[in-house]
Ligand binder design. Structure first.
Ligand SMILES: [Zn+2]
Length: 101
């Protein structure tokens, strides 16, 4: 029996839950603490799982493929796309390129 829990009147199920659920989460939180802190400062979305954490920058939600050039950045004539300035991507939070239709 765990020495920490000895004599505390804690039942078997509580002990099993502590050993199988709470402890791995606690270890995971400790292992990812520094990276989670960095992600939090950057404003990233953190998806926490027991053995892995995934990070996503929500700014990518604003970016879509250019509908004019379909992401190639240039038309059939080889000229840069006027809508996306040759980037192939559009950002919803930026004003459209000057001269774009
Ligand atoms: Zn384009």
């Amino acid at each position: 029996m765990n020495v920490r829990l000895a004599g505390a009147g804690i039942g078997l199920w509580t002990l099993i839950r502590e050993q199988t659920v709470t402890r791995p989460w606690r270890l995971s939180d400790a292992a990812f603490a520094e990276i989670d802190g960095f992600a939090w400062v950057q404003g990233w979305v953190i998806a926490r799982h027991r053995t892995r954490h995934t990070y996503r920058d929500p700014r990518f939600d604003r970016v879509v493929v250019c509908c004019t050039c379909e992401g190639y950045g240039a038309g059939d004539d080889g000229q840069a796309c006027a809508t996306c300035k040759g980037d192939g991507l559009l950002n919803f939070c930026e004003p459209p390129a000057a001269g774009a239709a």
